[in-house]
Ligand binder design. Sequence first.
Ligand code: TRP
Length: 387
Amino acid sequence: MTISTVTATLSTTASTGSAPRLLDTRTTAATLAVDDATDATFRRAQQRSERIEAELHVDPTAYRVVTGDRPTGDLHLGHYIGTLANRVRLQNAGVPVTVVIADYQVITDRERPGPLRERVRALVADYLAAGLDPQRTAIFPHSAVPALNQLLLPFLSLVSVAELHRNPTVKAESLASRRTLGALLLTYPVHQAADILCCQGTLVPVGKDQLPHIELARVIARRFNDRYGTVFGEPEALLSSAPVVLGVDGAKMSKTRGNTIPLGADEDQTTAAIRAARTDGLRRITFDPVSRPSVANLLTIVGALSGREPARIADDIGDGGASALKALAAEVINESLRGLRARRRELLADPGYLDDVLLDGTARASAAAGETLERVRAAMGMNYFGE
Ligand code: TRP
């Protein structure tokens, strides 16, 4: 559940570059300028990501992946297609993966954290059901790793308040939350740098909206190394080639909009949600993300889950209209998620096991973060009690 309530002014093109540009009425010359700048950064990151994928193909251990989610609600089909499947792919290719459950990030844009215990367990169940293997991949809540949180203090000394105010994702989130900018919202990208750097992460799979955060983590690593001697590698972003999935109302799929297909929904609920999805009245199905975004979205989902080109799927449906497209989409989604959903149910019935997985992941993350903090404090001359 990406923290950014990607308002249309900021997140525009899908990572494939083929999605429509959605500009809302608040678009001004200033936001367009920001957008052009982020577009250039985005293209560079895309090219770099392709090279990194090639490197990983040769040596899967060339990078350490750190990734994470906020426990704000159930994972949905957008997460599965956009990020979960990719994490599982990297893990299975032999890339070391660490998954942070960013529970402190929940209170960046809201007053109450919600039922964290249940949400964190459900998140772990979703991860494991999707194929993350707790033997290989450490999963931990960042609140449970004191050394990670302590890194925030030296890191805060390395950035200026003005730099934090310039972060476009924070700006968008602040606008979307309709509250005055809280100090935690302003500084959470620094805390996220601690998530990444505490485990010596060097590669972070992200969507476009998170690129400014990765840039900040690089700046922090670089400044620390320059000031105190090299402790950190500079982490890089790995943009996924997975398409951005919209919700059943044609807007970005997000829990707050109530337009998601939750991974935990049953088959009937899924079929009903797809049947109610927005489409248009044209009988002939074509893949046209610009003028027919809702139809294109269903084709994108089917394509992503079945490994086929959306345009070919449209050709197959031909004049079958929206009802044929929806029937196909519901069937493909239910089939693709059947195994995951069964495992998810089993896992949720065994909360003791889920807690053990978290405890074990936390122990491993604590060991890594403790070691990093030792090195940080030694580099800063704070090693008072050792040799
Ligand atoms: N902010 C990220 C999101 O909303 C979640 C996150 C927290 C994260 N810590 C992280 C992602 C560390 C990558 C690495 O999607």
